[in-house]
Design a protein around this ligand. Structure first.
Ligand code: URA
Length: 232
Protein backbone atom coordinates (compact mmCIF):
# COMPACT_ATOMS: atom_id res chain seq x y z
CA UNK A 1 0.00 0.00 0.00
CA UNK A 2 1.17 3.50 -0.79
CA UNK A 3 3.00 4.92 2.23
CA UNK A 4 1.00 8.13 2.38
CA UNK A 5 -2.30 6.27 2.27
CA UNK A 6 -1.13 3.90 4.97
CA UNK A 7 -0.08 6.82 7.12
CA UNK A 8 -3.51 8.38 6.64
CA UNK A 9 -5.32 5.20 7.57
CA UNK A 10 -3.15 4.79 10.63
CA UNK A 11 -3.73 8.41 11.57
CA UNK A 12 -7.46 7.98 11.48
CA UNK A 13 -7.29 4.76 13.43
CA UNK A 14 -8.19 2.18 10.81
CA UNK A 15 -6.32 -1.07 11.41
CA UNK A 16 -4.76 -2.63 8.38
CA UNK A 17 -4.98 -6.38 7.89
CA UNK A 18 -1.51 -6.53 6.48
CA UNK A 19 1.81 -6.98 8.24
CA UNK A 20 2.96 -3.53 9.19
CA UNK A 21 6.32 -2.50 7.91
CA UNK A 22 8.26 -0.20 10.18
CA UNK A 23 7.20 3.40 9.49
CA UNK A 24 9.27 5.03 6.79
CA UNK A 25 12.26 6.60 8.47
CA UNK A 26 12.19 10.37 8.32
CA UNK A 27 15.55 11.84 7.43
CA UNK A 28 16.98 13.61 10.45
CA UNK A 29 16.57 17.36 10.13
CA UNK A 30 19.81 19.14 9.41
CA UNK A 31 20.09 21.74 12.12
CA UNK A 32 22.20 24.78 11.48
CA UNK A 33 25.08 25.09 13.89
CA UNK A 34 24.55 27.90 16.36
CA UNK A 35 27.34 29.64 18.24
CA UNK A 36 27.55 28.18 21.78
CA UNK A 37 27.01 31.54 23.50
CA UNK A 38 23.78 32.20 21.63
CA UNK A 39 22.46 28.72 22.35
CA UNK A 40 23.14 29.15 26.07
CA UNK A 41 21.40 32.54 26.04
CA UNK A 42 18.37 31.09 24.24
CA UNK A 43 18.21 28.19 26.70
CA UNK A 44 18.22 30.70 29.55
CA UNK A 45 15.39 32.69 28.03
CA UNK A 46 13.32 29.53 27.53
CA UNK A 47 13.96 28.48 31.13
CA UNK A 48 13.03 31.92 32.48
CA UNK A 49 9.82 31.91 30.47
CA UNK A 50 8.92 28.41 31.62
CA UNK A 51 9.52 29.40 35.26
CA UNK A 52 7.29 32.45 34.81
CA UNK A 53 4.49 30.35 33.35
CA UNK A 54 4.74 27.73 36.09
CA UNK A 55 4.30 30.32 38.82
CA UNK A 56 1.86 32.53 36.90
CA UNK A 57 -1.07 34.04 38.81
CA UNK A 58 -2.31 36.39 36.07
CA UNK A 59 -5.78 34.85 36.01
CA UNK A 60 -7.94 32.89 38.49
CA UNK A 61 -7.21 29.61 36.71
CA UNK A 62 -4.07 29.35 38.83
CA UNK A 63 -6.34 28.67 41.81
CA UNK A 64 -7.81 25.51 40.31
CA UNK A 65 -4.99 24.11 38.16
CA UNK A 66 -2.61 21.42 39.35
CA UNK A 67 0.24 22.98 37.40
CA UNK A 68 0.92 25.21 34.44
CA UNK A 69 1.45 23.37 31.14
CA UNK A 70 4.20 25.15 29.25
CA UNK A 71 4.87 23.24 26.04
CA UNK A 72 6.82 20.30 24.70
CA UNK A 73 9.22 19.58 21.87
CA UNK A 74 12.61 20.57 20.56
CA UNK A 75 13.29 24.31 20.92
CA UNK A 76 14.51 24.50 17.34
CA UNK A 77 11.52 22.90 15.66
CA UNK A 78 10.35 24.38 12.38
CA UNK A 79 6.78 23.38 13.27
CA UNK A 80 4.62 24.76 16.06
CA UNK A 81 1.25 23.16 16.82
CA UNK A 82 -1.11 25.18 18.98
CA UNK A 83 -4.10 23.84 20.84
CA UNK A 84 -6.62 25.35 23.18
CA UNK A 85 -5.85 24.59 26.81
CA UNK A 86 -4.75 21.71 29.02
CA UNK A 87 -7.36 19.09 29.86
CA UNK A 88 -7.46 16.89 32.96
CA UNK A 89 -4.62 14.60 31.89
CA UNK A 90 -2.40 17.48 30.76
CA UNK A 91 -3.06 19.31 34.03
CA UNK A 92 -1.98 16.18 35.91
CA UNK A 93 1.12 15.45 33.84
CA UNK A 94 2.26 18.96 32.93
CA UNK A 95 2.52 18.24 29.20
CA UNK A 96 0.20 19.31 26.36
CA UNK A 97 -1.87 16.78 24.46
CA UNK A 98 -1.20 13.62 26.46
CA UNK A 99 -4.82 12.41 26.78
CA UNK A 100 -7.00 10.71 24.18
CA UNK A 101 -7.01 13.75 21.89
CA UNK A 102 -3.22 13.92 22.24
CA UNK A 103 -2.85 10.36 21.03
CA UNK A 104 -4.84 11.20 17.91
CA UNK A 105 -2.84 14.41 17.45
CA UNK A 106 0.40 12.41 17.66
CA UNK A 107 -0.89 9.99 15.00
CA UNK A 108 -1.95 12.87 12.75
CA UNK A 109 1.44 14.52 13.10
CA UNK A 110 3.29 11.26 12.52
CA UNK A 111 1.41 10.90 9.23
CA UNK A 112 3.24 14.02 7.98
CA UNK A 113 6.59 13.07 9.48
CA UNK A 114 6.32 15.04 12.72
CA UNK A 115 7.07 13.89 16.24
CA UNK A 116 7.21 15.88 19.48
CA UNK A 117 10.48 14.18 20.37
CA UNK A 118 12.17 15.28 17.17
CA UNK A 119 10.77 18.10 15.08
CA UNK A 120 7.56 19.72 16.33
CA UNK A 121 6.88 21.95 19.31
CA UNK A 122 3.40 21.76 20.88
CA UNK A 123 1.80 24.40 23.07
CA UNK A 124 -1.59 25.78 23.98
CA UNK A 125 -3.21 29.20 23.98
CA UNK A 126 -3.94 28.77 27.72
CA UNK A 127 -1.30 27.32 30.02
CA UNK A 128 -3.74 26.50 32.83
CA UNK A 129 -6.69 24.13 32.70
CA UNK A 130 -10.16 25.70 32.70
CA UNK A 131 -12.24 23.74 35.23
CA UNK A 132 -14.49 21.13 33.65
CA UNK A 133 -12.80 21.80 30.28
CA UNK A 134 -15.03 24.80 29.63
CA UNK A 135 -14.05 27.20 26.85
CA UNK A 136 -11.40 29.76 27.82
CA UNK A 137 -12.79 33.16 28.78
CA UNK A 138 -11.60 36.17 26.76
CA UNK A 139 -9.86 37.65 29.80
CA UNK A 140 -7.99 34.37 30.39
CA UNK A 141 -6.83 34.37 26.77
CA UNK A 142 -5.79 38.02 27.06
CA UNK A 143 -3.74 37.21 30.17
CA UNK A 144 -2.09 34.09 28.74
CA UNK A 145 -1.54 34.82 25.04
CA UNK A 146 1.58 36.93 25.68
CA UNK A 147 3.32 33.76 26.93
CA UNK A 148 2.60 32.03 23.63
CA UNK A 149 3.79 35.08 21.73
CA UNK A 150 7.08 34.91 23.65
CA UNK A 151 7.38 31.19 22.91
CA UNK A 152 6.92 32.00 19.23
CA UNK A 153 9.57 34.73 19.41
CA UNK A 154 12.03 32.23 20.89
CA UNK A 155 11.13 29.30 18.65
CA UNK A 156 10.79 31.26 15.41
CA UNK A 157 8.82 28.45 13.75
CA UNK A 158 8.66 28.28 9.97
CA UNK A 159 5.02 27.19 10.10
CA UNK A 160 2.25 27.08 12.67
CA UNK A 161 -0.72 24.71 12.80
CA UNK A 162 -3.69 25.86 14.88
CA UNK A 163 -5.86 22.94 15.93
CA UNK A 164 -9.46 23.76 16.71
CA UNK A 165 -11.71 26.78 16.71
CA UNK A 166 -10.50 28.28 19.97
CA UNK A 167 -6.83 28.31 18.95
CA UNK A 168 -7.55 29.47 15.40
CA UNK A 169 -9.97 32.25 16.30
CA UNK A 170 -7.84 33.60 19.12
CA UNK A 171 -4.61 33.56 17.13
CA UNK A 172 -6.26 35.19 14.14
CA UNK A 173 -8.44 37.55 16.23
CA UNK A 174 -11.53 36.58 14.29
CA UNK A 175 -14.89 34.95 14.86
CA UNK A 176 -15.03 33.41 11.39
CA UNK A 177 -16.08 29.74 11.78
CA UNK A 178 -13.29 27.18 11.65
CA UNK A 179 -14.62 25.61 8.46
CA UNK A 180 -13.98 28.88 6.63
CA UNK A 181 -10.49 29.35 8.07
CA UNK A 182 -9.27 26.01 6.68
CA UNK A 183 -7.56 25.54 3.34
CA UNK A 184 -5.63 28.80 3.15
CA UNK A 185 -2.50 30.34 4.54
CA UNK A 186 -2.89 32.88 7.33
CA UNK A 187 -0.07 34.77 9.01
CA UNK A 188 0.62 35.37 12.66
CA UNK A 189 2.39 38.08 14.61
CA UNK A 190 5.40 40.28 14.07
CA UNK A 191 7.30 37.55 12.26
CA UNK A 192 4.36 37.02 9.91
CA UNK A 193 4.63 33.29 10.48
CA UNK A 194 2.53 31.22 8.05
CA UNK A 195 -0.35 29.57 9.89
CA UNK A 196 -2.67 26.77 8.80
CA UNK A 197 -5.88 25.80 10.56
CA UNK A 198 -7.39 22.38 11.09
CA UNK A 199 -9.83 20.58 13.35
CA UNK A 200 -9.11 19.83 16.98
CA UNK A 201 -8.37 16.13 17.57
CA UNK A 202 -10.98 16.01 20.36
CA UNK A 203 -13.56 17.16 17.80
CA UNK A 204 -12.32 14.51 15.38
CA UNK A 205 -12.78 11.83 18.03
CA UNK A 206 -16.42 12.92 18.26
CA UNK A 207 -16.84 13.46 14.52
CA UNK A 208 -14.72 10.87 12.72
CA UNK A 209 -16.33 11.72 9.36
CA UNK A 210 -14.28 14.93 9.36
CA UNK A 211 -10.93 13.12 9.72
CA UNK A 212 -10.69 13.07 5.94
CA UNK A 213 -10.86 16.88 5.85
CA UNK A 214 -8.24 17.07 8.59
CA UNK A 215 -5.99 14.90 6.46
CA UNK A 216 -6.44 17.37 3.58
CA UNK A 217 -5.39 20.16 5.96
CA UNK A 218 -2.30 18.26 7.06
CA UNK A 219 -1.24 17.63 3.47
CA UNK A 220 -1.86 21.31 2.72
CA UNK A 221 0.36 22.30 5.64
CA UNK A 222 3.06 19.81 4.69
CA UNK A 223 3.11 21.07 1.09
CA UNK A 224 3.31 24.65 2.31
CA UNK A 225 6.23 23.73 4.56
CA UNK A 226 8.07 22.11 1.65
CA UNK A 227 7.55 25.28 -0.38
CA UNK A 228 8.79 27.45 2.48
CA UNK A 229 11.76 25.25 3.34
CA UNK A 230 12.80 23.49 0.13
CA UNK A 231 14.87 20.37 0.62
CA UNK A 232 13.47 19.47 4.05
N1 URA B 1 -6.70 19.91 24.16
C1 URA B 1 -5.93 20.98 23.89
O1 URA B 1 -6.33 21.89 23.17
N2 URA B 1 -4.71 21.01 24.42
C2 URA B 1 -4.22 20.05 25.19
O2 URA B 1 -3.09 20.15 25.64
C3 URA B 1 -5.04 18.93 25.45
C4 URA B 1 -6.27 18.88 24.93
Amino acid sequence: MHGERRAYLEAIGIDLWVPRAAPAAQPAAQLPVEPAGKAVEAAGRWEALRAEVLKCTRCPLHLTRTQGVFGVGPKRSDWLVIGEAPGAEEDRRGEPFVGAAGQLLDAMLRAIGLDRATNVYIANVLKSRPPGNRDPKPEEVAACLPYLVRQIELLKPKIMLAVGRIAAQNLLATDVPLGRLRGRVHHFGELNTPLVVTYHPAYLLRTPADKRKAWEDLKFARNLYHQLVPGK
